[in-house]
Design a binder for this molecule. Structure first.
Ligand code: FES
Length: 362
């Protein structure tokens, strides 16, 4: 049986329901609405105070150009700070002063431009509402044909396809052009020293005591083996680090983590048995992935974790990689104790620290 169409009193069309097979009962009424959501349109335009009062408009204009002038002052200040607070010795206070004042200048420059531009837009620029109708995405066939014609004419007139030698040599020249830029990267290394030697050697040498790292260029007291309890971790630098010419550069290469395990837990190959002392091992703190400081120690699993990309190294087994993108174990400097019980290096690292580089095995 079919239902009768009912008039709901609205403009909606009412469609009779269909009967349902042999059951023969009605299943409902379908309603087709011509426009479900009415376009609410734009709210009425409200004038700003600067539209009404010329004095307020003038004041807003003054604020905007004052901010832009302030930005110029900030930029000049940053350049002056760069000149008057140079980083010459590499000492931490110099780095701090330099970055503080250059940073303040740049912050002022950017902030003032940003605030000025926003204020300009909000207070002075015309603020009438306008609607930009969306145009069709593809260009018309005529425009596309015109563009293709431009390419064809350009190709014919330049002889790009016809003169193959010219074309190929141009492609070659464009490929070769960036190569000097790559070669110039060499200039980032000191001119008078072989960068491979610089990267390969650190301040550790036979007899150098292991001292606590106090942060920055500060060096703490040397460490006795008896001070290192099982499970403890020390951040360690060479005792004579503060005598280096470039303290932070040297620290970046030489810094190590000192950890004591139960000697039973250590897996050491025969030729490395004397690289540790009573379960105390040292490993480079510089991740072999891209050089972040590996600073998180999981005491129970004996894993060192690099927070940058989650590489994990097994402290109990030569700091081998157990997880993550690092490809090499953390280098291990051999250590022992001197006559007074202080931990000392037996030599420099036996391999370069940090990320791999192309001349690492040279
Ligand atoms: S730098 Fe350590 S995992 Fe990437």
């Amino acid at each position: 049986m079919a239902n009768e169409a009912k008039n709901s009193g609205s403009t909606d069309a009412v469609v009779p329901a269909q009967s349902h097979g042999n059951i023969g009962s009605a299943v409902g009424t379908a309603v087709i609405s011509p426009d479900a959501v009415e376009n609410p349109g734009l709210p009425p335009h409200r004038k700003r105070v600067t539209d009404i009062d010329p004095k307020r408009e003038k004041r807003a204009e003054r604020t905007v150009y004052t901010l832009f002038y302030l930005s110029i002052v900030g930029s000049i200040g940053a350049v002056l700070a760069y000149m008057f607070f140079p980083i010459e010795s590499g000492e931490l206070w110099q780095v701090r002063l330099h970055t503080l004042f250059v940073g303040l200048g740049m912050t002022l420059a950017l902030l003032a431009i940003g605030i000025g531009a926003v204020h300009w837009g909000k207070a002075i620029m015309a603020d009438h509402e306008s609607i930009d109708e969306r145009h069709p995405v593809p260009s018309s066939p005529e425009v596309r044909a015109e563009a293709a014609e431009v390419f064809t004419v350009a190709d014919e007139e330049s002889g790009f396809s016809r003169r193959t030698l010219v074309r190929n040599s141009l492609i070659g020249a464009l490929i070769a052009f960036p190569i000097p830029g790559i070669a110039l990267l060499r200039g980032l290394a000191p001119q008078d020293q072989d960068p491979v030697v610089l990267l390969k050697h650190t301040m550790w040498e036979e007899g150098t005591r292991l001292a606590r790292d106090l942060g920055g260029a500060a060096v703490g007291a040397p460490i006795r083996a008896a001070d290192v309890t099982i499970g403890s971790v020390f951040h360690v630098v060479p005792e004579n680090l503060d005598q280096a010419t470039h303290v932070l550069d040297e620290k970046a290469k030489a810094i190590v983590l000192l950890i004591r395990l139960d000697p039973e837990d250590l897996t050491e190959p025969e030729d490395r048995k004397d690289w540790s002392y009573n379960g105390i091992v040292a490993y480079s703190k510089v991740c072999t992935h891209v050089g972040c400081p590996v600073a998180l120690n999981e005491q129970h699993t004996h894993h060192l974790l690099c927070p940058c990309h989650q590489s994990q190294f097994d402290v109990s087994d030569q700091a081998k990689v157990v997880f993550g993108p690092a490809k090499r174990p953390l280098p291990q400097p051999p250590i022992t104790v001197d006559d007074e019980g202080y931990l000392v290096a037996r030599s420099d690292f036996t391999e370069p620290v940090g990320p791999s580089y192309w001349e690492r095995l040279k």
